[in-house]
Write a protein that binds this ligand. Structure first.
Ligand code: GH3
Ligand code: MG
Length: 626
């Protein structure tokens, strides 16, 4: 039984959170099902069996805890891990989630960096077997009435859609041969017999991959590569160059002008398929990065790209896994002379431990270990989040490579046939390291940028930009659905004195703790952010004047009664806050007006003696005069 891509069902009504979680999951090769309510989630469960469910606690209609209780009481689903998504860690939420049967919880805003590893922990801990998955699901068990249309997110087609490959060679026979073989694997094939046609097809059809012969009359493969890289529409399309055997210069030239990989003539099909698959994976990845970029841009201007630290090739670690009691002079000799840093674990267990704990660029697996172990190691490398772009090469003496290519997830990225030439292997490793780095820098850059774009580093609350984005969306929602909305501004009283008396370091710690107190004492649907220096905002969807006042008074008194007491300091600090609130029943005007009014209300609290709340209700009549 092959290990398939894990399926995650997200039940979450906040579209932005949904989109963020979806993107992170897709980028990490999960399949994503999504529902905006528990009822919709149940409908999806009739036809799909996810490996894990991420359940928002606060949902319209049936809430997440009730939904969890029902799923856990249903035979077919009792073993599917359910992770509660709690918007804020309200004290007691963890217990409530546990009592309802949740297997864990993740606090929103999700930490984009730790999210996947947290999730993987839950998946690895689960003892869910395939037999259990197949038990018929009876929707009656869940008391659902009526039907809802279910939908699967279109983005996950990235991993299943048919991919277009352009084959370019002036030898018709070579094109026909590659075409016939790749068609078996459900790729759509385009063909061209000269460089001019290749460029035309590349521009108009935007294939997912180009396999390109170097030696052609007219425009040769190098020139085609250069032209494709120079056009921004086609610059990202992966290119495999077909070179004559022993053409080291061609390879170096090819790398320099931007080819991604090479194949020797005569073409060996297993090699071809491995390279095609690994570059198509790169392509799918690039597309997901684009989705990621779009989300980021939806709430942050495009100036926040964080460059990942450039690494030199010398820092790249290579792992070679082989039967240690079988000396192999060829490999031994290569290890002695290669410029790369190689680690050789003594057995599979050591190899796994290295895969889990080190950053490996390329794992070379010798076929002296069993086929079962080769598959296991491939799958293992791909399941460790920080090695998701690590390349796997199988070194094989056998020509019978098709033994290893049945399954995409367990298939090596590339093959090297023994006896190999050291120069050949080194050149191949160089292109693989380059590819891995490209993928790493894309994922790091966007994960970092996304995280930085949303959060305030000191308090880890959302930042002002994200607050503005969120408020804008809430205002639109209120206009459509005519539900109440309140916002609150909280400013620490006399904070300058704290800084002046005790220093900015203590000031920072108090700011952080105040943020935590605010975050722990608002509802799950509320969203707290750091608006500026010692000023915080809370958006309270669905809260009217009375509701907002209850939350405001709770925050004011929690902070007023809190003693900030730190180890190593004998001072007990105390602060108070001034709060402004604006509430609207159905027409919030626009976000800027609300912010202006809530700011004025906060200043009124200051003027009236601090440590208090001033509230204003905005309604249709009062708006134009304010
Ligand atoms: P008021 O009661 O009128 O709000 O008085 P205040 O002293 O709190 O307000 P003021 O606007 O005069 O000063 C705000 C202070 O907050 C000054 C600034 O140094 C401090 N502050 C702003 N951001 C930070 C920060 O990130 N860390 C620290 N430690 N202090 C900060
Ligand atoms: Mg202040």
């Amino acid at each position: 039984m092959s290990i398939d891509i894990k399926t995650i069902l997200i039940i979450e009504d906040n579209k932005l959170n949904l989109k963020l979680i979806r993107t992170i999951l897709l980028i990490s090769n999960y399949k994503v099902l999504e529902a905006e309510s528990a009822e919709e989630g149940f409908q999806l469960l009739k036809e799909h069996t996810p490996d894990i469910i991420l359940m928002d606690i606060q949902l319209p209609g049936m809430d997440g805890l009730t939904a969890t209780r029902r799923l856990k009481a249903t035979e077919a689903y009792k073993d599917v891990p359910i992770i509660a998504l709690t918007a804020k860690a309200m004290e007691g939420d963890e217990e409530k989630a546990k009592a309802a049967g949740c297997d864990g919880y993740i606090i929103k805003p999700i930490n984009t960096r730790g999210f996947i590893s947290t999730l993987n922990n839950f998946i690895q801990d689960s003892i869910f077997s395939d037999n259990q998955k197949k038990i018929a699901f009876n929707p009656e068990d869940l008391n659902i009435s009526g039907t809802l249309e279910h939908r699967i997110n279109i983005d996950d087609d990235t991993f299943s859609q048919r991919r277009k490959i352009l084959i370019v060679d002036d030898e018709h026979l070579t094109v026909a041969m590659i075409e016939r073989q790749l068609k078996i694997y459900s790729y759509d094939i385009l063909s061209a017999y000269c460089g001019e046609d290749a460029l035309e097809i590349a521009k108009t059809q935007l294939p997912d991959l180009i396999i390109l012969d170097i030696m052609m009359p007219g425009i040769d493969g190098f020139e085609v590569t250069r032209a494709i890289r120079a056009d921004s529409n086609t610059a990202d399309i992966p290119i495999i160059l077909i070179t004559a055997l022993d053409s080291k210069e061609d390879r170096i030239r090819g790398i320099n002008i931007g080819a991604d990989d090479f194949l020797n003539k005569p073409i060996m099909f297993e090699e071809l398929l491995a390279r095609v698959r690994s570059l198509i994976r790169l392509r799918a990845f690039q597309e997901q990065v684009k989705v990621y970029k779009n989300i980021k841009q939806s709430f942050y201007p495009p100036d926040c790209a964080i460059q990942s630290a450039p690494q030199s090739d010398d820092e790249e670690l290579l792992l070679i896994i082989r039967q240690s009691d079988e000396p192999d002079p060829l490999i031994d000799q290569w290890i002695k002379e290669t410029p790369f840093t190689i680690i050789q674990p003594k057995n599979i267990e050591k190899a796994i431990s290295l895969i889990n704990n080190k950053f490996i660029s390329v794992a070379l697996i010798d076929n002296s270990i069993s086929k079962k172990d080769v598959h296991y190691l491939c799958q293992r490398v791909r399941s460790v989040p920080h090695q998701k772009n690590t390349q796997v090469i199988l070194i094989s003496a056998s020509e019978d490579l098709n033994l290893y290519i049945e399954d995409d997830i367990q298939c090596p990225d590339d093959f090297i046939i023994k006896p190999f030439k050291a120069i050949e292997l080194n050149a191949r490793l160089k292109t693989m390291i380059k590819k891995k780095k490209r993928m790493d820098s894309m994922s790091n850059r966007f994960e970092n940028a996304l995280h930085a774009a949303m959060t305030d580093p000191l308090t880890t609350l959302y930042n002002k930009k994200y607050f503005l984005h969120f408020l804008e969306k809430e205002v639109q929602r209120v206009k459509r659905h005519k539900t109440p909305l309140s916002i609150m501004m909280i400013d620490i009283d006399d904070f300058k004195t704290i800084n002046d008396q005790y220093g900015h370091l203590i000031g920072d710690i108090i700011l952080k703790d105040t943020a935590r107190l605010i975050n722990n004492n608002i509802r799950e649907v509320d969203m707290a952010s750091r608006f500026g220096g010692e000023e915080f905002t809370v958006v309270l969807p669905y809260a009217d004047e009375d509701g907002a006042l209850v939350v405001g008074e709770r925050l004011r008194s929690v902070i007023d009664n809190y003693i900030f007491d730190y180890p190593g300091s004998d001072v007990n600090y105390h602060i108070t806050v001034s709060i402004g609130i604006v509430s609207c029943q159905n027409d919030p005007g626009d976000a800027n007006t609300m912010i202006q009014i809530v700011d004025d209300m906060m200043y009124k609290s200051k003027q009236n003696g601090k440590n208090q709340i001033t509230i204003k209700r905005m309604d249709d009549e009062s708006l134009p005069n304010e």
